[in-house]
Design a protein around this ligand. Structure first.
Ligand SMILES: [Zn+2]
Length: 135
């Protein structure tokens, strides 16, 4: 494992967050909203080895909560709207933000696992013909 070249985490996170393969930045990461492809269509990286599990929803809730709560406090202090406005507006905003942020976070989590050679990315067969300058 020590002999394997390092992968740049920030580059991988950026590519994954935009939904592209963390290795080649050409192939798409997801075949559906949150379903990762088995293999990258461009570099054949085995993407099914990821174990994102509950990390993307956890990080998404963390991010959305840190947006919604301060915004609710600011709006309450500035405008003092009735409670039903809070309930309707912030429920919809929370759902929409979560749906937008979740695939971004999942892509970043998969890319981070690839960059750190975690789980199914421990020894990618494509490492043999892929130099780290391509990353
Ligand atoms: Zn690829």
């Amino acid at each position: 494992m020590e002999d394997l070249p390092k992968r740049k985490i920030s580059t991988a996170l950026w590519r994954g967050a935009w939904g592209y393969c963390p290795q080649c930045n050409e192939g798409r990461l997801f075949s559906a909203y949150l379903k990762a492809y088995e293999h990258c269509s461009h570099c054949d990286l085995h993407l099914a080895g990821h174990k994102a599990d509950d990390a993307p929803p956890y990080f998404t809730m963390f991010i959305v909560g840190h947006i919604i709560v301060p915004l609710a406090v600011v709006i309450e202090h500035a405008y003092v709207p009735p409670i039903y406005i809070h309930v309707i507006f912030f429920s919809v905003l929370t759902i929409v933000l979560s749906l937008i942020i979740l695939p971004i976070v999942k892509g970043a989590v998969i890319a981070m696992q690839w960059a750190l050679r975690m789980h199914g990315f421990a020894a990618s067969p494509t490492d043999a013909h892929k130099s780290e300058t391509d990353i």
